[in-house]
Every structure is written in structure tokens, then in C-alpha cells.
Design a protein around this ligand. Structure first.
Ligand SMILES: [Zn+2]
Length: 195
């Protein structure tokens, strides 16, 4: 859903294109604007992801390989990410480089960090114990962004990092007949990138 909104947001900034109402100069300027927007969108798409496991020293045995799209999963119906278990206070590093869009507290996720990374993908880190980054700062895959905890709707559960990857460009070919299968065009399986 967040992906949808952000894409609509981008298109809302594009000026309307009505050549019959314009003279050559504004037409030229507009063309340049379009080209630079397309170049920018493409460049971000081409940045290599170099994704790293975000929880320090975590291995395969710290998450369930079937964690992604697990059903039933309470209010969310299916589990759209992976839960990586670790001791409370374990360091969390950003899995990719990117721009921190939000670092703060929300209801379900508790203390969360949202990073816009390469390929127009959003990286969502939830249930943190401590936040160690701030909104609108740049991070790379060596930046500490927080520590593992059990905040939000994970209160009382074992400390873990909930990690989701969302693509803002819908991958429609990934839709399948699973429960909420249409949402698979936005939510990617982080486990695929750990291996
Ligand atoms: Zn989770």
C-alpha cells in the first residue's frame, strides 16, 4: 500500500503535458525536465543493492526460512517480512545504502526505521529497542540504525527484528494465488537476499 501511495506521489509532481498550449522554449524546458526525471529514476534503479544481513552476527538459525508470507498472522493476515531473533540490544545495521525516510515510533511496529534504498525499494525495520539514526540522514550498509528489541505489538515476545522489503515499482509478475497474493507485487522476500 505504501508503495502505491509513493508512486502516485511521484506522478503528482510531474507537470501535465499539453504541447498545443506551449511555445517552443517552454516545450524545450519541459522536455529537459522530463528527461532529467527519467534519468534520475533510472539511475536510482541501477544502483547495486549489495544487501547485507541487518542483524549483527545473525545466521540462518536466527530466523525461520518459512517466515515470509506465514499464515495466519494476526491483524496483518500474512507475515510480510522476516523476523530475525537476537538478544535485546544487538546492533542493527542498515542492509543497504539509502535515505532514512523515517526514524520514530508507530503503533504496530513500535520503534521503526524506514530507509529508501537502491532500485526504489523501501526497507522497514521494526520493534527496535533503541533508534540510532534520524529521519532524512543518509546511511550505508555499515551504518548502525538501532538495536534489537520488542517494541510495538512485539511487547512481551522474544526480542527480534522484523524486516520487510517493499518495492515502489510493482512487480506484477510476482502475484500468485496465495492469501493476499496480489500484495506480493510490493513485498519482496528478504530471505532471498540473505543467501
Ligand atoms: Zn515480523
Amino acid at each position: 500500500m505504501a508503495g502505491n501511495v509513493l508512486i502516485l506521489g511521484i506522478f503528482a509532481f510531474l507537470p501535465p503535458y499539453w504541447p498545443q498550449f506551449e511555445n517552443k522554449t517552454t516545450l524545450g524546458k519541459r522536455k529537459k525536465t522530463y528527461i532529467s526525471i527519467i534519468v534520475f529514476l533510472t539511475v536510482v534503479f541501477l544502483i547495486p543493492q549489495n544487501l547485507k544481513m541487518p542483524v549483527k552476527e545473525a545466521t540462518k538459525s536466527d530466523y525461520n526460512p518459512k517466515s515470509f508470507w506465514f499464515y495466519p498472522w494476526g491483524k496483518s493476515v500474512t507475515h510480510k517480512g522476516v523476523d530475525i531473533f537476537a538478544k535485546k540490544g544487538t546492533e542493527i545495521k542498515s542492509s543497504t545504502s539509502g535515505l532514512v525516510l523515517y526514524s520514530g515510533e508507530i503503533n504496530m511496529g513500535g520503534k521503526i526505521v524506514l530507509v529508501l534504498g537502491p532500485k526504489w525499494r523501501l526497507h522497514y525495520y521494526a520493534h527496535l529497542n533503541e533508534l540510532k539514526t534520524s529521519s532524512f540522514s543518509y546511511v550505508n550498509n555499515d551504518s548502525t540504525i538501532g538495536t534489537v528489541g520488542a517494541s510495538g505489538n512485539a511487547v512481551g515476545k522474544s526480542p527480534h527484528l522484523h524486516y520487510s522489503i517493499l518495492t515502489m515499482v510493482p512487480y506484477v509478475w510476482r502475484i500468485d494465488s496465495d492469501r493476499q497474493g496480489w500484495k506480493k507485487m510490493f513485498y519482496l522476500d528478504p530471505i532471498e537476499y540473505f543467501e
